[in-house]
Design a protein around this ligand. Structure first.
Ligand code: ATP
Length: 375
């Protein structure tokens, strides 16, 4: 019987509420699916920060390295500025600590969930965004300078408005050949695993970002040549954003540098019916644990009320189970989530209902266990 060690960081706000349902569903499917697991709860995040002055202990990464997977609820607190949380929080520390360079976000709208488009029908959309998550413009390089600072003299001379400013800020992106290659490669491998159309679309903008994006484009062309069984194309990010709304059914796998991917994935969350429906995985190269997290944050406006939608977290659980090799359990959880959302009898307030997080979790756990017992 397979056995898995899972580190659980339930985090802040609605994090612990949705994670409770993840643990309920995991408990319901393990036995009928024939696997064992052990979870360890780490109480890290902003609550921890307020009490200890840091969001997790200094040896947190070393502790997590012993696990097969990490499940994270949500991190955030209105008392702490988002840029402060981002700098010290567990998400980036884990992402960089385990070199989780690929953020994977499936976009497969659930019939029954709120859906923003007049067309196509929600079940015509089934694509995955692979976002580069360790480099690009998010590496944190740059600074704020007075215009008379000699370090920026050449830059200030480029535009009159720079000279006239009291301050200028530089935000430098770093795009590496190997960093681009590994994430683009992963997108092609993902396309090869998918049924039907195998198409990888690259999000780019070489006409405006001529250094970083021309390197990205060269690597994309190179990897595409190595995968002749997969179709490939590139789209400038502005046109691609339109396509996400006007023709999302034409997409299969989209690979994007960090900033573009960040924006596209929230746009895809809108196609899914909101943040309560959007799952994600952060993957590295396999010798370290991957991290699974719903896309939403701590949602302080609804936290403590027991009304958060657990769907995003349970779809994320399905992704984690698949990655752990528990295909039957993964399919049962995804199918159970889809069937509860489609039936519409148990619905949290974001879906127009009055059910609680727990009621939805219980309904999904029951159906997932039944499905496995029948298989
Ligand atoms: P944070 O600062 O932690 O990111 P936030 O409120 O800025 O918190 P999110 O937590 O991502 O950002 O939530 C944005 C809004 O989406 C929330 O105000 C909430 O109403 C809604 N939302 C997010 N997640 C859920 C969920 N699971 N169920 C229902 N509504 C949700």
């Amino acid at each position: 019987m397979s056995s898995h060690r899972i580190a659980v960081i339930d985090g802040d706000g609605i994090g612990p509420e949705v994670v409770a349902e993840v643990l309920r569903v995991l408990d319901a499917v393990a036995e009928p699916a024939g696997f064992e697991y052990e979870t360890t709860l780490f109480p890290w995040g902003c609550r921890y920060y307020v009490e200890h002055g840091h969001t997790m202990p200094a040896d947190a990464i070393a502790m997590l390295a012993h696990y097969d997977a990490i499940f994270l609820g949500a991190v955030g607190d209105p008392r702490i500025a988002p840029e402060e949380v981002a700098g010290v929080g567990p998400v980036l520390a884990i992402r960089f600590g385990f070199d989780q360079y690929a953020n994977i976000r499936p976009v497969k709208p659930l019939p029954g969930a709120p859906y923003p488009l007049a067309r196509p029908a929600p079940d015509a959309i089934d694509f995955t965004v692979v976002r580069e998550a360790t480099e690009g413009i998010y590496v944190g390089l740059g600074g704020r300078f007075a215009p008379d600072d000699p370090q920026v003299a050449e830059i200030v001379a480029m535009r009159k408005v720079f000279e006239q400013s009291s301050e200028i800020a530089l935000q430098t992106g770093v795009f590496s050949e190997a960093g681009s290659r590994r994430v683009i490669e992963r997108a092609f491998l993902l396309a090869e695993e998918r049924d039907g159309r195998r198409l990888v679309t690259s999000a780019t903008k070489a006409n405006a970002m001529k250094h970083g994006m021309s390197l990205w484009n060269d690597v994309f062309a190179d990897v595409a040549r190595e995968h002749p069984d997969v179709q490939s194309e590139w789209n400038n990010i502005d046109a691609l954003a339109m396509r996400f709304v006007l023709k999302p059914e034409s997409l299969d796998v989209v690979v994007a540098p960090n900033l573009f991917g960040d924006i596209l994935t929230d746009l895809s969350a809108a196609l899914l019916g909101g943040l309560g429906f959007a799952p994600s995985a952060n993957l590295g190269d396999g010798h370290f644990p991957a991290m699974f997290e719903p896309c939403h944050g701590s949602a302080p406006d609804i936290s403590g009320k027991g009304i958060a939608n657990p769907t995003a977290s349970l779809l994320t659980l399905a992704m984690m189970l698949e990655r752990l090799g528990e295909q039957a359990a993964a399919r049962a959880v995804e199918d159970a989530v889809r069937s509860v959302v489609a039936a519409g009898e148990v619905r949290t307030p974001d879906m127009g209902g009055a059910s609680s997080t727990e009621e939805m979790g219980r309904a999904m756990a029951g159906i997932a266990a039944e499905m496995l017992a029948e298989r």
